[in-house]
Design a protein around this ligand. Sequence first.
Ligand code: ATP
Ligand code: MG
Length: 585
Amino acid sequence: MLDNNANNIENIENPENNPQNFIISIVEQDLKCGTYKSRLDKNNKPLPDIITRFPPEPNGYLHIGHAKSICLNFGLAQRYNGRCHLRFDDTNPEKESQEFADDIQNAVEWLGFWNKNNTEHLYYASDYFDILYEFAEILIKQNLAYVDSQTGEQIKLNRGSLIHGGIESPYRNRKAEENLQIFQGMREGKYTEGTHVLRAKIDMSSPNINMRDPIIYRIKYAHHHRSGDKWCIYPMYDYTHCISDALENITHSICTLEFEDHRPLYNWILEKLKDAKALPEILPKQYEFARLNLHYALTSKRKILQLIQNNIVDGWNDPRLATLAGIRRRGYSPSSIKLFCERIGVAKADSWIDYSVLEQALRDDLDPIVPRLTAVLKPLKLIIDNMADDYAELCSAAVNPHNQEQGKRNFTLSKELWIEQDDFMPEPSKGFFRLFVGNKVRLRHGFVVECTGYDVDSNNSVIAVHVNYFEDSKSGTEGSNNYKVKGNIHWVDAKNSTEIQVNLYNHLFTDPQPDANGKNFLELINPNSKTIAYAYLENSDISNSIKNEMQIQFERHGYFVKDIQSTEQNTIFNRITLLKDSKHK
Ligand code: ATP
Ligand code: MG
């Protein structure tokens, strides 16, 4: 362990201190020891004892994996009265854009950790290009960096492998003065791409390949979305990241496990710059946690982009994608995502999270608060033969049975209703308690009815079911309990309902780990990931007040959200998830 703070080691090695989140133990230990106490910023203002950052590259939209990192970094800052920076790690000009940067801010704001109108702690790595350049000159002057003029291929070849050490470049011992001169020439655009790179002078025989004189600057004639054409050399990620952390006085630089082998380089660069008095005494430290791998979800911007480019989904906010834009459109609430992140915890070892954990977080979040409505997704006509044509009974039901304060909703019941096709069987199978000829069921919040017959079309498909109702069986009235029925079905009034479109989503892939072990996720697409139902929705005071992006529960079906493309003429709902985990159904 490279950590130079002995107190931390004890905690990292003893995850029992906080099995749900080992980073909390580290932070608490640092607070207790005063590791970052009494620091001042460059204007002599006191700094918080905990400063974290979320550092996305603006090269795509954020996904559920990023949510884990956002909740962790912003969550720690909230919990310990610190602060969290949003920093765009924008050093790859060709892949990045302002559009992505804006959308990332939207996503973090949606999660409740950001306010686009207060950008005090919004940072861009590209704002450090000048200082990063100055620091590179410091390293050159100290003989800790040199310009290498081998070809890219030679550099790669001479880096060696896990078994063989690297071979030192013939340019490794160039004099500092010559290095400075060429480096300045690189900046001035005197050379073509690939002719020179700047490398840190560390150790070509290190067992850690990252320490074999890593490249820290390369020539690239690319327009940058913020710095324009000012630069034709760009710093590499490893060099930029640690320095950005130090410049922002970050205390805990938390990243995913694949950066564990980069930590020695992170520390090397910062230590050398500290020794040169370019950086303060107290430096940030890197900690690694396991990335989120979620079943049926791709957590890679590059792979998500492939789905979009191949027209497998309808853009970044397709409700089947695990992008935050997609998850939001699908109907997940920010609090359900936070609950999910809390439940999965922060561990040191990679693992897969079952998709049902995400769905359950949503149910637990929505169940106590969202209104209930009735919708019939596969409509079949039910005719109450012993009811007058012009009769309408006013029925009511709780908006949310867990919270009577939300009141009641009112809707009508009349002679012709819509029920679900699945709630009727001409020839009932064993254990089927709903409608079949001779059986009685309760129409939820309404009457008990007895099935007397059904109509079929020329294909022998059932097109209508006939029943008689019992006037004294109305739900909630005295004596209604005298009717003992096993089935309880939902319905909407055919005369008083709204036709709606319902998008029924299923997993996008047929395999829970579509991109693991070299699998080609493009060959594992579920052809039934989206089906459209034309359904009927109750007409009630509540159903008429549902705005776009509001979540509701359709009784007996699950949780739904009114889609952002919904209009008054065309009401669209997306199914977020079923009422219960389908595996346990
Ligand atoms: P992608 O491969 O999708 O581009 P990335 O890691 O390159 O992902 P960045 O924009 O560089 O994306 O990531 C910003 C932050 O989010 C980083 O600190 C990274 O560690 C974290 N992050 C990215 N993916 C995950 C994940 N699946 N689980 C947890 N954290 C993640
Ligand atoms: Mg990246």
